[in-house]
Design a protein around this ligand. Structure first.
Ligand code: 48F
Length: 259
């Protein structure tokens, strides 16, 4: 069979468009494909929520890849190992209570878990704004190609309707900041996105799970975004809190959806 480039082109565009259109109206739209949101997306899809993750970068995985200072390993404490087990990530005990895993394997297996559960991941698309309705609850996302954002081209975005949005954009808490800035009188969390405090791994790891919550009607903050909203300390390359935060964010979203 002689290969035809135009058939290859049509296969890619048609397949992508089918999927893109299917996910313009969803139960949960997650922003950012870091560890918290990857865990959340799997749990949501497993519970039959229609789930899409938007990631602005080419690669998913957020801050996992680089481990600590580009040593591609992550540390996970005992509480988080249950989630590594669930995704089939291999790890070993380094010292009592400290477990070590490969960053690369972690990203690969978290991502495979999300896809196998039936959630869609759309990369290279940045979320630049939210949709709101009369009651000023968050009702969806405003999206554009990351290349448009990066080159600052004057191109209008498109929109996605979502019953629940999860901000998993990491240290920047981008979606929470948009809501705080653009909705008059909005108070995201109780402090209005003050940003994270300096490093304190022990407190940071406990805090990130505690403060994972609905921070504004229709908007849940997970992972470092939740820490930034609550003004908690950063924790560095220990990831149990991120995994557990994603699990909690999914549980909150499912309760809101009645699933
Ligand atoms: O930062 P990130 O990994 O989020 P996380 O789940 O995990 C934090 C840890 O990696 C680490 C840490 C752990 O101890 O401190 O930093 O909270 O991933 C966030 C993802 O969101 C994407 C970004 O490219 C990254 O992959 N992102 C950020 N803003 C947008 C976005 C946006 N506006 N639209 C789409 N994706």
């Amino acid at each position: 069979m002689a290969l035809d480039e135009v058939t290859i082109t049509k296969a890619i565009v048609e397949s992508y468009m089918d999927s893109f259109l299917k996910y313009t109206d969803v139960d949960v739209a997650l922003v950012g494909a870091g560890p918290a949101n990857l865990v959340a997306a799997k749990k949501l899809a497993e519970a039959d929520a229609k789930t899409v993750v938007f990631e602005r970068n080419l690669a998913v995985g957020g801050g996992i890849w680089g481990g600590g200072m580009m040593f591609p390993r992550i540390v996970v404490q005992k509480e988080g190992c249950r989630i590594l087990d669930e995704f089939g990530v291999w790890y070993r005990e380094y010292a009592e209570g400290y477990y070590i895993a490969s960053s690369i394997e972690t990203v690969a297996k978290l991502t495979a878990g999300v896809v196998d559960a039936g959630a869609e991941i759309i990369n290279l698309v940045a979320v630049e704004d939210v949709m709101i309705r009369e009651d000023e609850r968050v009702a969806g996302l405003v999206i554009n190609w990351e290349a448009v954002e990066r080159t600052r081209l004057h191109v209008d975005p498109l929109s996605v309707r979502a019953k629940v949005v999860i901000d998993g954009t990491g240290h920047d808490a981008n979606i929470c900041k948009v809501v705080q800035r653009k909705i008059p009188g909005a108070r995201v969390g109780s402090l209005g996105v003050p940003g994270e405090k300096p490093m304190w791994a022990d407190v940071g790891e406990r805090t990130v799970v505690e403060v994972t919550q609905e921070v504004y009607p229709g908007l849940i903050a997970a992972g470092m975004a939740a820490t930034a909203v609550a003004g908690g300390p950063r924790m560095g390359p220990i990831f149990g809190g991120m995994l557990l935060s994603g699990e909690k964010a999914a549980a909150i979203a499912l309760e809101k959806l009645g699933l």
